[in-house]
Design a protein around this ligand. Structure first.
Ligand SMILES: [Zn+2]
Length: 124
């Protein structure tokens, strides 16, 4: 191996003539390369995966909500199920808004317009 600075043959990692020491490439590229790879991976996950799917759909099932609404809707059961406790208590004391709100909610859940406490549509 020859010294890239003065061209003299190098016996060890440091040149005996000019004192040149080559930059230790493995450590430099490992630390920076590892970071960028991780950054790229996290960026891909943020851009494609978590943002559109996780945030826009409720983990609560629409069919479970529909069944609960059908049997316990006049007591606000479906509102308690999706975490909208305030509306659930209102339904509990008014008999599902005198059954009118209950009927509207049954239709809303069936056509997918019903949302949970985070205002997200229920999953299918
Ligand atoms: Zn040298």
């Amino acid at each position: 191996m020859k010294c890239p600075k003065c061209g003299a043959p190098m016996e060890s990692s440091t040149c005996d003539y000019c004192g040149y020491t080559p930059q230790t490439n493995p450590t430099v590229s490992n630390s920076t390369g590892g970071k960028t790879a991780a950054a790229v991976v996290t960026q891909i996950f943020v851009n494609t995966q978590s943002a559109p799917t996780q945030a826009s759909i409720s983990p609560k099932s629409r069919w479970a909500a529909l069944a609960i609404c059908y049997f316990l809707g006049v007591f606000g059961g479906h509102y308690f199920y999706v975490g909208r406790t305030g509306k659930g208590i209102l339904y509990l004391f008014t008999g599902g808004l005198f059954c009118i709100g209950w009927l509207i909610d049954l239709v809303c859940i069936a056509i997918g317009k019903f949302t949970d406490s985070n205002n997200l549509p229920l999953k299918k």
